[in-house]
Ligand binder design. Structure first.
Ligand code: CA
Length: 532
């Protein structure tokens, strides 16, 4: 399904392409981070705005278009990236959860851009396993990668690079722009940061940022999930019960490894033992006094949760600060090289995240905070500066968007919609009215059950189908999703309509994945939990 306007502009683009040399087509700088929730970006006006860590991303929004209703199709790292590569839902591209491996032999948008004459490169986190295809140059972190002195896999083999990951990835991108660019071709450069992914390690220069600031608390920090279907009570992603004080918050990890008490979870040391003695000294000087103050305070109950939240939110926002500085460096580099006017700059992240919202960290759910992803596009001379789009867009749309920008043909088997008409300020009235979502990784870390669902401008329905549990929200009346209305008879008609829409989209996207026979693991482990 593709709006006529898109087909029309595609025809126009192809017509233009025949008259323009490849070098006249815009470059694409696609900056992409990991787990950066829109409400941790000032321009999105969330409740973290008072401590806004993103003046440079905000500036980009001020010069381009911000998508208010931007959503992922499956709120987890690898699958989100696979959807972007292919323009296809998880069940079509085969990367449904982080345990899968991406089939690099399949059709991807970077390969198609290469065919269309673009020079392509990716630096940073790939999270798709295997050797990337479709790039003229690449350097990727193995797996999740490390914040300090990370290994990077390159076409020439594995390198270990001293420094802070966000800065290293930025430097690689700057080197590409300055040294490795083929001036006869437009480029598509993907800068994929590890930050602000768990466990949140800021750059040394940001370790004292927010030391004297009280981060605002989300309204739902102490959500009791009373109105939710059972899955929300059986999860394992609460700051209170599941966030680990050593692994996630680095408490008491300042002594030498052999001096740590037996009871300490030392797994975070895998990251810290990578540090040089100088790096470690700065780290210890920052966290040592904070740890001492924590022990003296002897916190319990809600006070302890509040302390954990502050430590977590500060490290998360400090990690975001590093990403924001990367955006500044990259934008300045374009300016310095005279590339600003013909380069589209995009900022996005693979999904949203809970920053204490509902008492949680992590992602996975179809609730708003992790369903939403930032999407900001500056296209000089095309996007109206400081504009906003309220149309429903998804990471499913990126591949087709990039192809249309490049004037390349969009394959019929891609499932998204090019947002180029929206970027041009057009208001296609046949744009999608609802989005489809499907999350699969269960049973697994954090124990968020499989679910699919549909969201439109006002309502959301979620189906935890392995347990046949449903939730329904009226987002206009209840934006915090605190009241599950599934059993409220006043909403019976809307619920019926949303169920029909879920079935319609499931068929439209040819998703029969929830109909597959349940595994033996499901029979043995999951089903008994449903009755709890
Ligand atoms: Ca992620």
């Amino acid at each position: 399904m593709r709006p006529l306007t898109t087909v029309f502009s595609l025809v126009v683009s192809i017509a233009l392409m025949t008259n323009a040399s490849a070098a006249d087509r815009p470059n694409i700088l696609f900056i992409f981070s990991d787990d950066h929730a829109p409400h941790a970006i000032g321009a999105y006006n969330g409740w973290l705005k008072p401590v806004n860590p993103t003046p440079n991303i905000d500036k980009l929004a001020g010069e381009g278009m911000l998508f208010v209703n931007s959503f992922c199709t499956n709120s987890i790292c690898g699958p989100s990236r696979a959807v972007i590569q292919t323009g296809k839902h998880s069940h079509k591209n085969g990367f449904m959860n982080n345990g899968n491996s991406f089939d690099w032999d399949q059709q991807t948008f970077p390969k198609l851009l290469q065919k269309a004459g673009y020079q392509t490169a990716i630096y940073g986190k790939s999270h798709l396993k295997g050797q990337p295809q479709g790039y003229d140059d690449w350097a990727v972190l193995p797996g999740q990668g490390l914040y300090y002195n990370p290994d990077m896999i390159t076409p020439k083999g594995k390198l270990t690079i001293e420094g802070y990951c966000t800065d290293i990835v930025t430097d690689m991108a700057v080197d590409f722009l300055k040294e490795d660019r083929d001036e006869g071709k437009p480029f598509m450069l993907m800068v994929q940061h590890k930050a602000p992914h768990r466990n949140w390690m800021p750059a040394l220069r940001h370790l004292h940022l927010y030391d004297d600031v009280e981060i605002p608390e989300p309204a739902t920090l102490f959500d009791d999930y009373a109105d939710n279907a059972p899955p929300a009570r059986h999860q394992e992603l609460e700051i209170d019960r599941h966030m680990h004080i050593n692994y996630d918050l680095f408490l008491d990890l300042t002594p030498e490894l052999e001096e740590l008490p037996v009871s300490t979870d030392k797994s975070a040391w895998r990251n810290m033992q990578r540090m040089t003695p100088e790096q470690l000294k700065t780290w210890r000087a920052a966290y040592g006094p904070k740890d001492k103050a924590f022990h003296e305070a002897k916190l319990t109950g809600k006070d302890l949760v509040r302390w954990k939240y502050q430590r977590y939110a500060k490290n998360y926002l400090r990690s975001v600060k590093g990403v924001d500085e990367s955006v500044e460096t990259l934008v300045n580099t374009l300016e310095e090289l005279g590339l600003s006017d013909n380069t589209i700059v995009i900022y996005s992240s693979d999904q949203g995240f809970y920053i204490g919202d509902h008492g949680w960290y992590d992602k996975r759910w179809m609730y708003e905070e992790s369903l939403k992803m930032p999407f900001i596009v500056k296209w000089p001379g095309v996007t109206k500066p400081g504009s906003k789009s309220w149309k429903l867009v998804q990471n499913l749309d990126y591949a087709e968007t990039f192809l249309e920008i490049a004037g390349a043909a969009i394959p019929d088997d891609m499932q998204g919609l090019s947002v180029v008409p929206l970027l041009k300020g057009e208001k296609p009235d046949d744009w999608r009215k609802s989005i489809y979502y499907h999350y699969y990784e269960y049973p697994s870390v954090h124990m968020v059950p499989r679910h699919n669902g549909v969201r439109n401008f006002r309502y959301k329905i979620m189906h935890f189908y392995e347990f046949d549990e449903w939730e329904f929200y009226d987002l206009k009346e209840d934006p915090g999703e605190l009241t599950n209305l599934y059993y409220n008879s006043e909403y019976a008609n809307q619920i019926k309509r949303m169920k029909r829409e879920l079935e319609k989209l499931r068929k439209q996207y040819e998703d029969d994945s929830d109909m597959r026979e349940k595994s033996q693991e499901w029979q043995d482990k999951v089903r008994p939990m449903a009755s709890k």
